[in-house]
Design a protein around this ligand. Structure first.
Ligand SMILES: [Fe+2]
Length: 389
């Protein structure tokens, strides 16, 4: 029932947006282009549906449909704030017109000048194409390396070097060179351990293997291994077991509400994402039951928890030295990067929690990949390197 309500709300929002889109077109765009632009808005979501329904081995067709759907979603994500501003501006314009009429003058609107219609349509298209090109390069052809250092007070024999990445979201538009660069950065850092924070793929392993999206991982062999936790997207794929198995073949170990203590150097806990727990009919374990025991309590303790709002503070209070999350993508595109700041205590970056007795650092990564479309505006993909002392 809640999902039906959500679907109805989305459809209502879409209908309202379409109404305004049509209104905007009738004022800004010549009639000959208006029908085509209106049809684009209404029909492009079908590309998303087609991409969802097509078999996984239809690589070329799925890639084309995914590209069309991605541009549509990016356009909508940009149009939504424009729409809100548009509604506000209508209120302002009405008040201004009312004041003009009170003074006995006729209101003038330069934006409705029909002589400027082709120019306005071309300018809008140019701005969108420019933003899409910039956002694509920012998303899929660049990344940040973010380094943190934290003193645990546990004095490991030598500083522990940790490489962490999250939210790859392999999809039909991902390209293998992206993973190549991720692996090159990790190799250059030379970590003791590599950790993954969840949300590996939005397509199943048939497409990932056909495109060679993660082949570069085969050469990653850190001394203390590669450890992964589940994200909410590990719950969404129809053949959910395939991608975790794909990763295991490349040397990853999944921590599903479990803790591994590695060669007397550190302990790593992976918490099960609640969405995965729900589809598997499981209950997410409490952090207390995952705490290292005996002599292992003296080791630095790292907790991987995909969604930062669920347990970063709780894990530090339970004794974790470092909590690593992803999930937020830092909003991925403007203006959502501002919205996530209102929702999450730690939408991106590092926070230190705790008191004089015990302190721990919680890091939320903006992720190395992206969800839905290969665009980022106002945020960057990133790899996180932490040195624990
Ligand atoms: Fe994600």
């Amino acid at each position: 029932m809640p999902s039906m309500l959500l679907l109805c709300l989305v459809l209502l929002l879409f209908a309202l947006m379409f109404g305004r889109w049509w209104h905007l077109l009738s004022e800004w765009v010549p009639p000959r282009l208006r029908t085509a632009a209106g049809l684009c808005f209404a029909l492009l979501p079908l590309a998303m549906l087609g991409n969802f329904l097509l078999p996984q081995d239809q690589v070329v067709l799925r890639t084309v449909l995914a590209a069309v759907a991605a541009l549509w979603m990016f356009g909508c994500s940009l149009f939504l704030p424009v729409w809100i501003l548009w509604e506000l501006s209508r209120i302002v314009k009405r008040v201004a017109a009312w004041r003009e009429r009170r003074k006995g003058r006729l209101p003038v609107n330069v934006w409705r000048n029909p002589d400027l219609r082709y120019g306005r349509a071309a300018l809008a298209l140019l701005v969108f194409a420019g933003l899409a090109a910039f956002a694509y390069v920012e998303c899929d052809w660049s990344h940040e390396v973010r380094e943190y250092e934290f003193h645990t007070g546990k004095n490991p024999e030598r500083p522990l070097r940790i490489a962490f990445f999250s939210d790859l979201h392999f999809d039909a538009l991902y390209h293998p060179g992206r993973t190549e660069r991720l692996v090159e950065e990790i190799e250059a850092f030379g970590p003791d351990v590599v950790l993954f924070g969840g949300d590996l793929a939005d397509v199943d392993s048939a497409l990932v293997s056909a495109r060679g999206l993660g082949d570069a991982f085969a050469r990653l062999r850190p001394p203390l291994g590669i450890w992964a936790t589940t994200g909410n997207h590990e719950a969404y794929l129809p053949r959910r077991e395939l991608m975790p198995a794909w990763a295991e073949k490349r040397g990853w170990t999944w921590l599903r509400d479990s803790t591994a203590c590695l060669e007397g150097k550190l302990c790593v806990t992976g918490r099960l994402d609640p969405n995965v727990a729900a589809v598997e009919g499981l209950a997410r374990a409490g952090i207390e039951g995952l705490r290292p025991a005996g002599a292992d309590t003296l080791l630095p303790w790292i907790v991987l928890d995909h969604q930062p709002q669920l347990g970063q503070r709780e894990a530090v209070e339970a004794g974790a030295d470092l909590v690593l999350s992803g999930h937020t993508h830092d909003g991925q595109t403007f203006p959502w990067n501002l919205v996530v700041r209102l929702i999450y205590e730690n939408p991106h970056g590092a926070l230190v929690h705790g008191d004089g007795k015990h302190r721990g650092m919680a890091v939320t990564s903006s992720g190395f990949g992206r969800w839905g479309f290969p665009f980022r505006l106002g945020t960057s993909p990133e790899i996180v390197f932490v040195t624990l002392r």
